[in-house]
Design a protein around this ligand. Sequence first.
Ligand code: NI
Length: 179
Amino acid sequence: MAVREILKMGDARLLRVAKPVTGFDSDALHLLLTDMLDTMRAANGAGLAAPQIGVDLQLVIFGSNDRNPRYPDRPIVPPTVLINPVITPVGDAEESDWEGCLSVPGLRGMVPRWSQIHYTGFDQYGDTIDRTVEGFHARVVQHECDHLWGKLYPMRVRDFSQFGYVDVLFPGITDTLDD
Ligand code: NI
């Protein structure tokens, strides 16, 4: 168990295209996942991608069984380990919502994402994941997988009048959730 340092925007390691995972159910992979989970929980994150702790692999974690009391209307996303993901939009509808990121602390931006996506990949045991999802779940997957292609959410912001510091945008909120 170890809480790892989360890289911040500006670190070139966040801009790499991550390498596919080639072996499943290994001690090294399980250890890495434990560290990622510890790191995500310690930072109160909604998700974390391996590149955010400097690991150049196509591996993300997201979701929780707990409903966040600060976001009671936010749908529950099942706890997921997603490896070597492929995302395909379903239709061409987009929707915009606020996003934050553990690698971009203190900021929020309005980010357009595909409303509905189909995604596939593998879990840590090499079993296939195949889901069609929409809304917040689709947003989290797109945000996390973007980290695997070297993209941070500010690169997706189109309207920079809706990008700023969370304590200015949302006064009174001191406890925030980041991806
Ligand atoms: Ni992020």
